[in-house]
Design a protein around this ligand. Sequence first.
Ligand code: SF4
Ligand code: SF4
Length: 135
Amino acid sequence: MAKGVGKPRKKLPKELAVVRADNCTGCEACIEVCPVDCIYKVPGEDQPGLQSFVDIDLERCIGCSLCERWCPWDAIDMVDTVTIAEHVANKGGPPEYVAKNGERLVAVAKQLAELCAEQRAAAAAPKKPAPATQS
Ligand code: SF4
Ligand code: SF4
């Protein structure tokens, strides 16, 4: 298992990457450029005649947007982290993969979105004044 997997991150990226399955050809250009190796080929979906597809481990994505810039088919969008769950729910993909993994992937995306919203609220909250010192 890659280092850091499953550990909470200090601060979530402002944006995360999402693959638009209908546009993805499975060319793997994004896999080559991702600095944290969080893009993976969807297993069992590369038989001849069947369109290939990749997906992203959002818990490890650092929001660098390299995959979006390198994708030749415009199949990756960077989206606001607090909206990631709805994008994951609508990204499509091979029916078998979606049936098997869709719910889990959306649940992970929801957790990340909620955590990001909490972090933003905490960052925007006024700082407590320092306790008065007696002279
Ligand atoms: S670079 Fe784009 S088309 Fe190629 S595998 Fe990645 S998302 Fe799919
Ligand atoms: S945004 Fe960066 S870290 Fe996230 S999947 Fe794309 S290349 Fe990887």
